[in-house]
Design a protein around this ligand. Structure first.
Ligand code: TNX
Length: 793
């Protein structure tokens, strides 16, 4: 069984929504910076970029002669200031002690409401720093900003010698654009200890993230102690250990086999995490998944389902979709859920409780007599309305207890509960609908906010669930969709990154997926839309990486990888090869002879013309240090390279790849359908005619196609090659009948050697299978045909 079928993220990408389920720096450095890129706005080292930043001349020099003035009776402020002092004394060796001639750092809460709940100002002179806010979180964020202005060594774990502990004289006024700046961690698919959670909370607060959405329940593990139902953690928190196997090849638990992988948080630990988060201005929002994604609960108490006759175990892997659901026909189900929620409400002070609501397989409900009875009694016309009944009933309970329900966008189906907040993940459509209905929304579209997706070339990245969400892409995100007017836009509370952990077994890996992408999202959510500047962000992220190094955060260095692409240069009328990274002022070196490049190889300065078939290898350096692995791609120099193509049926707007010259751009598509090399045709054939401009001998024609059945992409049924000298009369020179295979990932080459043929035009015809075959979950829906590189020699 090829479970990849069900990798819904591909499906969402491919937009088949209709299928029901398938779905830095001391002062000196600062002043040295001036020669840098013109796009750089100022010398700020801060992420997220503050709202207003005015640089003055000179620095404030930290030494032991500094007095911190603050209200010692205010516990929150005391904690914030003392933490700063203690870290500073540790790394600098200073002992801040009172004396009459001391420089002053004044920390005060002021009346009025210019700063809001989280804003602050910092005004730095040569002998005084004034920090003001309306509320303590503002002071907390002011110190985070101040820390980022200090030399990065501030974040070190040891004493640092010979550092000028200076900050530039600036005036900052800052407050966030959005009030929901979230991060979700899935602790069910893999369990993360309390100490990991605390580390993450520290790192998140460094980015001014203020919501931690704790995905505590899913099929693969129940992670919260519920006193009334002890089996939830005795049984539901444990699964057989199949960690050595790929997620989709894990056999279920055998009779008598012990379940040893897992864990859960005791209520005491949960309280500890909530307190720790609160001290960092992070609100913890628990997610108690229902009515689907709950096998762990059902394995503990099978009576919660429509089919209590089955033996359930916590699945060690995932065959998506898992069909287990709570039974909304039985009152006992609601009693259980309310009992669980009661304990959750007692534990979590957050006014929001997330109840999931995503990806519910409702087929059991259609058959279940209890559900049918419920539907009849309540006048519900279909199972979608039954889901809506379920969510509304839970909402009533939560509202009665003073809490607000949040759910994934599926809660829109069958009618939205009156006060619900919608988390929009399947794109932004759900968020738009909800905001128009005057419901608050949190945006979390897979396209920009799924940090379980690849952030670089999948060949060089650790195995991930799929997708492709680079740092640049995250940075490009705009949470307010253009479909919303000013009034409606007020319902968008912000956005959130989601870290689903099917492919993320431990803290180090979770860090890799989260950093630096969360820095990009933090700027999207905090800073002014108008001040967003990718070039400047690229500069500042290097400084942030220095901080990550000092904190031992295992951040991804994917931005340094060299991306090798080609494009049609209109002026020169030819295909040129360009090499890029996502990093600031990269030094790129390359070779064309197969040897590994280093900083003695050819330095890349501008797009190059390559006139031979060769392996291009490239690396990037930063300040003379190699910072990337070797990127390599084969470049094909051939007769059709950069020649004009006429397509009878246009390529899809979604998979346009390299545009009009994509099929003759010198590069072949990889196993990744979304590599921007494959050109996609949705339900239509490929009929491509290439004009070689003059009659010339043709000895060889070939074309590649991709099959990726989990993404609705199939090899063509039939392929024909034609040639013509005048563009009217074509001669067929090859025909291939392709036999259907069900394998998921295939790249197939169709090629033909020719004898003494001459022609000006080459035409390739490939017959799309048009509709997904009967054996496929998308049976009857339009099939994709993905083609790349037509080679003519
Ligand atoms: C969708 S987003 C899910 C999760 C998976 C995730 C993988 C959402 C509400 N549901 O169950 O872990 O995709 O990317």
């Amino acid at each position: 069984m090829i479970t990849i079928f069900f990798k819904k993220e591909f499906l969402y990408d491919i937009k088949i929504f209709h299928i029901n389920y398938i779905f830095f720096l001391s002062c000196t450095v600062i002043f040295n910076n001036k020669k840098e890129n013109v796009a750089i706005k100022n010398n700020s080292t801060i992420i997220p970029e503050p709202l207003e930043y005015h640089q003055k001349d000179g620095c404030f020099k930290f030494d032991s002669n500094i007095t911190f003035k603050y209200d010692k009776n205010n516990e929150d402020i005391k904690r914030v200031v003392e933490k700063f002092i203690s870290q500073f004394e540790k790394v600098s060796g200073f002992h801040f002690s009172d004396s009459r001639d001391n420089k002053i750092i004044n920390i005060s809460l002021v009346d009025g409401n210019i700063y809001g709940d989280e804003g602050y100002s910092i005004d730095i002179d040569s002998n005084k720093i004034d920090i003001s806010a309306n509320k303590w979180p503002g002071i907390f964020y002011a110190f985070i900003t101040l820390e980022q202005m200090l030399p990065a060594e501030f974040f070190s774990k040891e004493v640092q010698k010979d550092i000028d502990w200076n900050v530039p004289q600036v005036r900052i006024f800052d407050k966030p654009r959005f009030k929901w700046r979230g991060f979700m961690l899935d602790v069910s698919r893999h369990f993360f200890s309390v100490s990991t959670i605390k580390n993450f909370l520290d790192y998140l607060s460094l980015h001014k993230i203020n919501k931690f959405h704790w995905h505590l329940i899913d099929d693969q593990g129940w992670r919260i102690e519920i006193k009334k139902y002890p089996k939830l953690t005795e049984v539901g928190a444990w699964r057989v250990d199949r960690e050595d196997k790929h997620w989709r090849n894990r056999e279920p638990q055998k009779p008598g086999e012990k379940a040893t992988y897992g864990g859960y948080y005791t209520q005491e630990e949960i309280r500890e995490v909530i307190k720790y988060a609160g001290e960092r201005n992070i609100e913890v929002i628990p997610e108690i998944e229902m009515p689907g994604h709950c096998t762990s609960a059902i394995a503990s108490y099978p009576w919660l389902t429509c089919r209590s006759d089955r033996v359930y175990t916590v699945p060690p892997g995932s065959i998506w979709p898992i069909k287990d659901v709570y039974c909304p026909g039985k009152e006992t189900t609601f009693e259980f859920l309310e009992d669980v929620l009661k304990e959750v409400i007692e534990l979590f002070p957050s006014k929001y409780i997330h109840i999931g609501g995503d990806e519910v397989d409702k087929t059991e409900w259609e058959k279940c007599p209890y559900c049918q009875k419920r539907m009849k009694e309540e006048g519900l016309k279909d199972v979608s309305e039954l889901q809506s009944y379920f969510i509304k009933r839970i909402e009533k309970f939560l509202n009665k207890n003073g809490r607000i329900l949040i759910g994934w966008d599926e809660i829109l189906e069958g009618g939205l509960a009156p006060n619900a907040v919608v988390m929009s993940w399947r794109g932004v459509k759900g968020g738009i609908i909800a905001a128009k209905e005057k419901h608050y929304v949190v945006m979390s579209p897979t396209s920009h906010c799924y940090f379980d997706y690849y952030q670089g070339d999948p060949d060089k990245e650790p195995l991930a669930i799929g997708g492709y969400t680079t740092l640049k892409k995250v940075y490009s995100y705009e949470p307010i969709p253009k479909e919303l007017n000013e009034e409606e836009a007020k319902y968008v509370m912000g956005a959130q990154a989601n870290l689903w952990t099917e492919y993320i077994p431990n803290q180090k890996h979770a860090e890799y997926m989260t950093f630096p992408r969360i820095a990009a999202l933090s700027e999207v959510l905090w800073s002014n839309k108008e001040s967003k500047n990718w070039e400047d962000f690229k500069r500042r992220i290097l400084r942030m990486m220095k901080i990550y190094d000092l904190l031992d955060i295992n951040y991804a260095k994917s931005i340094f990888a060299v991306d090798i692409r080609s494009f049609f240069d209109k002026e020169q009328q030819k295909i040129l090869v360009k090499m890029e990274t996502q990093s600031f002022n990269p030094e790129i070196y390359f070779t064309l002879d197969g040897s590994d490049p280093d900083n003695f190889s050819i330095r890349y300065k501008k797009p190059v013309e390559i006139k031979k078939t060769c392996l291009i290898k490239a690396v990037s350096y930063l300040n003379g240090k190699k910072v990337s692995g070797v990127s390599n791609v084969e470049f094909f120099y051939h007769k059709a390279l950069g020649k004009k193509i006429n397509l009878k049926f246009p390529y899809s707007e979604k998979y346009f790849a390299n545009g009009d010259f994509s099929l003759v751009d010198g590069f072949k598509g990889s196993m990744l359908y979304s590599d921007s090399l494959w050109q996609g045709f949705w339900g239509t054939d490929l009929v491509a005619t290439i004009d070689l401009e003059k009659i010339s001998p043709i000895k060889y024609i070939s074309i590649n196609f991709l099959q990726s059945v989990g993404s609705w992409i199939f090899l063509p049924k039939k392929i024909e090659f034609f040639i013509s000298s005048n563009g009217n009369d074509y001669k067929r020179v090859a025909v291939f009948d392709n036999v259907e295979v069900r394998e998921n990932f295939i790249i197939k080459t169709f090629e033909k050697q020719l004898d003494s043929e001459k022609a000006r035009f080459v035409r390739i015809f490939a017959k799309n299978i048009e509709k997904c075959p009967q054996w496929h979950p998308g049976a009857g829906d339009k099939a994709w045909l993905f083609a790349d590189e037509i080679i003519v020699n």
